[in-house]
Ligand binder design. Sequence first.
Ligand SMILES: [Zn+2]
Ligand SMILES: [Zn+2]
Ligand SMILES: [Zn+2]
Ligand SMILES: [Zn+2]
Ligand SMILES: [Zn+2]
Ligand SMILES: [Zn+2]
Ligand SMILES: [Zn+2]
Length: 1754
Amino acid sequence: MASELEPEVQAIDRSLLECSAEEIAGKWLQATDLTRELYQHLAHYVPKIYCRGPNPFPQKEDMLAQHVLLGPMEWYLCGEDPAFGFPKLEQANKPSHLCGRVFKVGEPTYSCRDCAVDPTCVLCMECFLGSIHRDHRYRMTTSGGGGFCDCGDTEAWKEGPYCQKHELNTSEIEEEEDPLVHLSEDVIARTYNIFAIMFRYAVEILIWEKESELPEDLEMVEKSDTYYCMLFNDEVHTYEQVIYTLQKAVNCTQKEAIGFATTVDRDGRRSVRYGDFQYCEQAKSVIVRNTSRQTKPLKVQVMHSSIVAHQNFGLKLLSWLGSIIGYSDGLRRILCQVGLQEGPDGENSSLVDRLMLSDSKLWKGARSVYHQLFMSSLLMDLKYKKLFAVRFAKNYQQLQRDFMEDDHERAVSVTALSVQFFTAPTLARMLITEENLMSIIIKTFMDHLRHRDAQGRFQFERYTALQAFKFRRVQSLILDLKYVLISKPTEWSDELRQKFLEGFDAFLELLKCMQGMDPITRQVGQHIEMEPEWEAAFTLQMKLTHVISMMQDWCASDEKVLIEAYKKCLAVLMQCHGGYTDGEQPITLSICGHSVETIRYCVSQEKVSIHLPVSRLLAGLHVLLSKSEVAYKFPELLPLSELSPPMLIEHPLRCLVLCAQVHAGMWRRNGFSLVNQIYYYHNVKCRREMFDKDVVMLQTGVSMMDPNHFLMIMLSRFELYQIFSTPDYGKRFSSEITHKDVVQQNNTLIEEMLYLIIMLVGERFSPGVGQVNATDEIKREIIHQLSIKPMAHSELVKSLPEDENKETGMESVIEAVAHFKKPGLTGRGMYELKPECAKEFNLYFYHFSRAEQSKAEEAQRKLKRQNREDTALPPPVLPPFCPLFASLVNILQSDVMLCIMGTILQWAVEHNGYAWSESMLQRVLHLIGMALQEEKQHLENVTEEHVVTFTFTQKISKPGEAPKNSPSILAMLETLQNAPYLEVHKDMIRWILKTFNAVKKMRESSPTSPVAETEGTIMEETSRDKDKAERKRKAEIARLRREKIMAQMSEMQRHFIDENKELFQQTLELDASTSAVLDNSPVASDMTLTALGPAQTQVPEQRQFVTCILCQEEQEVKVESRAMVLAAFVQRSTVLSKNRSKFIQDPEKYDPLFMHPDLSCGTHTSSCGHIMHAHCWQRYFDSVQAKEQRRQQRLRLHTSYDVENGEFLCPLCECLSNTVIPLLLPPRNIFNKLNFSDQPNLTQWIRTISQQIKALQFLRKEESTPNNASTKNSENVDELQLPEGFRPDFRPKNPYSESIKEMLTTFGTATYKVGLKVHPNEEDPRVPIMCWGSCAYTIQSIERILSDEDKPLFGPLPCRLDDCLRSLTRFAAAHWTVASVSVVQGHFCKLFASLVPNDSHEELPCILDIDMFHLLVALVLAFPALQCQDFSGISLGTGDLHIFHLVTMAHIIQILLTSCTEENGMDQENPTCEEESAVLALYKTLHRYTGSALKEIPSGWHLWRSVRAGIMPFLKCSALFFHYLNGVPSPPDIQVPGTSHFEHLCNYLSLPNNLICLFQENSEIMNSLIESWCRNSEVKRYLEGERDAIRYPRESNKLINLPEDYSSLINQASNFSCPKSGGDKSRAPTLCLVCGSLLCSQSYCCQTELEGEDVGACTAHTYSCGSGVGIFLRVRECQVLFLAGKTKGCFYSPPYLDDYGETDQGLRRGNPLHLCKERFKKIQKLWHQHSVTEEIGHAQEANQTLVGIDWQHL
Ligand SMILES: [Zn+2]
Ligand SMILES: [Zn+2]
Ligand SMILES: [Zn+2]
Ligand SMILES: [Zn+2]
Ligand SMILES: [Zn+2]
Ligand SMILES: [Zn+2]
Ligand SMILES: [Zn+2]
């Protein structure tokens, strides 16, 4: 490494430093041939500065370039010191009012949905915040890089084009002012000179293609012999391939290779070797050889270093130009002039042209630099933007051709600049009229899609990979076309008309190539062998959808254009079909005395295509003719006579019949491709220009022809003609049972045909078809969507078609039809249909899918039942048709229609065989209903001079004619009304009959007897109705109840915690509270409850019975019985950590005995509270393990739990667990030998214990001295004065059953293994410490949660928590019985020594560095190991009490030492209470012992306050601890919320209310102890300010504060660059919600090695910040990420919601997002509760795909 570095650190050439910019500039001013002079200068110096070694040295190069090359140019340009010159220029400048800020990757951009001309018009954050749009409806996105802020562009905004900042200058600016007037002649001339030469130099050197030869005028005399092996970027090879190849080719480390690969990916090229030609050539050949196997090889060039040097400077120069023109708009204009000036070679010889035309040959870095320059120059100057646009348009075809060959993404292609010109309305218009842009784009597009079939249609079948690639690229042309059309002209000139129509011609040519493409033939007999390609055609259709719509919009805005376009479209359609006969046989159809000529054609036998864009465009234009009334104003201009309705309808009808047949199952053998096509045909993305227009085309046809003729043709195409034309055919047909399938098929076809007729008559909500406006249309869509179910905003948006501006028009009407329901803590806001809109519901709405239709039907009927209405869903009242379509309604009363209806009703009446279906009947009823509604409206709107020609009621009353004499339709309906098998349709039939009577009544305008008669029947009916309704209602209630019970049952069987977490929690809490009351009732009368010590309240032992969830057996918890266990999860935790920079370095050597008060890493235990027999659990776990092993062998899949690490899921609730805790009775009661003799006071006790410790240590020493014989040993023991009653050789008998002992070891080992991350070793002396630690840490974390939520300490705790704490505490207390007594004694001695010093322990932490609660727990739980050998009569309780008092006093001293009360002169003169004077006295003692290092404080008031506040958490934790340890019920006072329970706590814990009394009572020993604590050097260092210490109370950790507005987070992240790859923008910036670090996630650059594996930045961060658990916000995605360990993770819903109460994961919708505090609190709660891992487990169980994600790479 060192040897490589050396040549780089060469001394800088002195001659370079001696250059004087001023002198050189002076020389240039004198020069006669400036170009030559400059070139010589560059030729000489550039290679001296750039490319001097294998690695670039950007700072040095930039510094020298500025000094030697750019500096002189600046001097020359200014004619003086640029330090003065440029500010002068800047001052004289009248800056442009365009913002033009170029967006960085990931920067937030804003678009106003109300005012932006199109969605590509965006603002930067600063401009947005200063604009009027911040109060409008806006959309926010993150930029993909490139593009700039449109603030100040008056064409981009309908309103408010300027923000506050850019508005300032507008008033002064004259529209056409020339910016050059602000510059002096001299400056103009010099700028012109220098710009012209330098811009040309940069362009020439960048597009220079020779590898070892420089342009003639740059060649040097002495040329070095150094080369670079230059590696170029491509989009073919992966990162891994490149890294692997480089390691081989240039023999570098993986790290270096990653560095190279990253730079190549970013800049487009990077030299990977430096040296002589041979050396570089060698590397090149290895790279080429290694990467050419499957694909084309990586591009590598061996380039002479001086060429690379000049190119690097060329790039520098372009950036320099970009910054220089920032000083003055005048300079910018000169640069534009220079760039666009035509060179000597004429056309395409300007510098701008040359750059553009070389674009695809340049590497990525060069492209982005010059694109940036174009954006800051040409696009910022309105005059030159226009000229540039013209150049761009002229070169358009060539640029697109280059782009097709280019293997870079479009974002780095110059073609991507199209959006900058084409979306500007005036520019686009100019380019259309002057450059014929529309035609050019379409023709270029056609040129690239050359693959055609025999009829000249596009063919995508058997596309090669290259063609597919091209096809993807060519789609960007459609985007360009869309840009050009996006703003519709308000005024038309003749040129515009002409050029638009020329473009329209070209467009029709394009559509013609699509008309009839991908034809299909029904497969009979065999299934198709290969699914045909269909996606390409649909992609094209989908991309063109908006363009087609916009073409129609353009046509609609000018009558002349509309008429011409209509003519052209019709002509092309006629060409397409060459008449309609297609050489097919003519036939004649006749029914009911009507006959029509048509052709013989069967969809099921011949070719048919779904693609009919020409027909559909014509349908669209026809509707526009109707809407704009052009058809009535200028009928003579229209070729209406040329229209042949049968020809118009033929192909759309075939397409609709195809759908029907597919639905009837006739095309099953054609595979999924057809199913998919039919799906998209109806889908919201395509239907507007597909299905919808086919319906319109049929409507058009019907309105122009005899409906009887239409119906006959339709019957024929549906292949149903026979059935309805020969009356007996149907009967005969149905009797033949063998044809069951065919009958079914025909039934479906009849249903489909009836559905189509319903659509043709009922779908009149497009403006132009019916007399409606656009609002009515969208309203109707929304009503029908919400009829299915209530929906969230985004769901609704998805179901509605978007226009080219991504708008659905929904917001303007939603209020009118729906109520908004706000979201809760989960879920999203919902829209519900207003009840009054239900009457507009149409069961046969044409955009319903079949599933939606049946869901909507069910929902609407249910609603009606709830409102106790009848369940008929009659057709809604419809708006009238426009005149052009008016005759369409006659189809309902046509003879053929009546014949069809009659036939079907007849079938229903006869009710035999399969030849009819209920849905068929339902549709007929619907059609009859529609006809009645129609007639009713006709009658209502009738004017005197008009005769109502719609006489449906009369027609259906007439019986059939001879010879059949069939009954009338009405009569059949009356018959059917009583048919028992039609129960479901009765309400509908009744509604029809009622309506019929009403219409009849209207017709016979005066009331007559027959009407009265009908009224009578109606009355009768209603009473009958009521009766029936009541019965129905009761049945309904019963049904609902049944349903509810069923639902509850199935709910219970599901994973109930997942589904119903909160409910679950509540019931648990309820359980807990009731059980708590029971617990307390016997002792509640006892006022004083004491949790510990000799005075401990004795509770009668309660027998505890539990049930095993696995075998359902009940068992009592007893010492000697089989063990019962709780599923538990142990994890390391940093939730309470006050120092995240600290983590366990070497777990094998780490000593956990003393917990530091920063709580930097603890071990947390949780449990779901489910109890099992130990042996049942063991069996369950073994089977899980076996199953997992088998599965892994088979599938190699991951699971949500890691069996190898002992993880499993609770068999009941599937909660992640990794061990079990045994259930125990209060363990102290077993060992507490009752003794009523006098107990020692604290001083005596400490002395006794010290003696015992001393004895033990003596013995220990004896044991470890190797040469001692055992006899001698015993002698020594005799010599030793053993304290009275102390029997160190005594070993107590373990009272527990084998099974319990085994579980004690199991859980202990698990805690040790997880807590320290080491291999399990049950013998390790640290096992008991870890058990105590986990108990202490878990209690502390629960105390924190309760305090943070202001909950009482002993309030109702969820029982899983209660059980967990109880078991954990008792386990920790019992664990010593399975550990070695001497080991535990050793721990006790050491712990004890930290407070009561003795000689054998020296290196103990000072009291500032001990967490006192951990110390308390460990001392109390280790004490029995010593006490069991003590037969002097001291009880365990006495020991507990003294330990507790001692630790409490140490904690008080700790608090006082760190309190540092800031004296603020608060009234200290007040009479002080007892506590205050006591604490002041104590403080003075401390002051003395610390050698006056402690600050003097005159008042006890503050001191007492800080002691009280500081000690509270400790007291609360201690209360919990002793409560669970000894089983003493909690005092009722602490069970309720309240401000402070200080006194109650003291009483419960056997402490004096004045804590300082403890010191006074034991002053004898305490003074010496305090002195020893204060003497510690660490305490001194702290008091002298040399180190820090934790203060009390410790504040709760919170997740970081998040901003209210999400965009400020995006902005913050967009400024964040990857910390490892020098200023590069991070692609996936991710925020740690725990500590606020921003990380560069999911990227190679920031991978690090962790335990021998490469992991991403997030995973690495979790190890230091959260000991393996992490909570992150992925800023670009707006997604919360939970990580646990290397293999576990899930995404969680983010705490940001839009105004509709929805999250936007992935920021796809771009609605403004705001912080939802409640949801953020919920995340924080998950963290505080240590539930993140559990949450991940549940998420992974619910969604298996999460398991497969490589979380460690994030
Ligand atoms: Zn801006
Ligand atoms: Zn602005
Ligand atoms: Zn706006
Ligand atoms: Zn069991
Ligand atoms: Zn469970
Ligand atoms: Zn990075
Ligand atoms: Zn962090």
